[in-house]
Design a protein around this ligand. Structure first.
Ligand SMILES: [Zn+2]
Length: 131
């Protein structure tokens, strides 16, 4: 076995040693510089409870801190869960970090959307206030 292998049979190219991390979704090992890292910002308690705590708190303008969970995805999970999107094949040599995937908010009002059948268009905006 004197076959000269490209890169000496090692699969790291010019990055030295990189520690691996486990993917937050599937547990697969992935080089740390290759993993797609995102912070998941979450309230410690639910939104209704946040307001209750704010009202009950002695200090004014105290807001509960948020949880910042660091998520590290492997490439396949990041693509599958739409954290990043694939590049077109024409600029596959482009090594720039991918742009953030802008998640479409479903709760935003969509202008020009036809109303559901069998539902009268709301004039006042919002449900009628109860007495
Ligand atoms: Zn994964």
């Amino acid at each position: 076995m004197t076959f000269k292998r490209r890169n000496g049979g090692r699969n790291k190219h010019g990055r030295g040693h990189v520690k691996f991390i486990r993917c937050s979704n599937c547990g697969k090992c992935c080089p740390k510089d290759k993993a797609i890292k995102r912070f998941l910002v979450r309230n410690i308690v639910e939104q209704a409870a946040v307001r209750d705590v704010q009202e009950a708190c002695v200090y004014d303008n105290y807001t509960l801190p948020k949880l910042y969970a660091k998520m590290q995805y492997c490439v396949s999970c990041a693509i599958h869960s739409h954290v990043v999107r694939v590049r077109s094949r024409t600029n596959r040599r482009n090594r720039q970090p991918p742009p953030r995937y802008i998640r479409r908010r479903d709760d935003l009002p969509k202008p020009g959307q036809p109303g559901q059948p069998g539902q009268a268009p709301r004039v006042g905006g919002g449900p009628p206030a109860r007495a």
